[in-house]
Design a protein around this ligand. Sequence first.
Ligand code: PLP
Length: 226
Amino acid sequence: MAFLPAQYEKIIGQLVGHRITLVAVSKTKPVADVQEAYDHGIRDFGENYVQEMVDKAAALPNDIRWHFIGHLQTNKVKYIAPFVHLIHGVDSIKLLQEINKQGAKQQRVIPCLLEVYISKDETKFGFDEAELKALLQSGIIAQLPFVRVEGLMGMATFTEDNGLIRAEFAHLKELFDQLSGFHSANIEISKLSMGMSADYQFAIENGTTMVRIGSLLFGERPYAKN
Ligand SMILES: *Cc1c(COP(=O)(O)O)cnc(C)c1O
């Protein structure tokens, strides 16, 4: 299935009043679908796999802002460092250090979001609340001048229990609000990436600033490669 413009209009209508950024998640979808979405005006695309993002970036217009939203392995940072717009799921100090190293090689500061573990799914990643606060106060990030921490990212539990999803998003928003006063040379917590096709409505209710939507825009993915 290709890009679904009617869905796009509907979603944009819900986001625009809140000034929420839509990241169109194009993972597993062909270049032609991304081009179609681009032709409808989308410039922010999210990908989960390094090689796929590199290949698409080479094949598509260069004013696209590429968001890496998957679980990033340190040995692959170098491939996306030259062009990535925002890395959403930074979940370890080791990864921050590698992003800094590759940013230095490219002489570019790489924007990142710290992933917060808010769900009950053990397959998900991220810092817990205490680790996050400790990291921000540690001074470690100040020593990584080619990294800029711009906010937080989180994923709710995969569940039918909407109350649980709402509670997890509310919790992340509260943490975001607490930390949004936190500024230093290369930390400014101003972006909150939460909400996907199944739960973005709850994310809007809870003050998200960025949603990552795939299947509603491009149709279901053929296999469960999340
Ligand atoms: C795949 C993915 C999305 C988009 O999922 P949909 O349910 O298709 O909207 C959003 N965020 C992350 C981290 C993903 O891996």
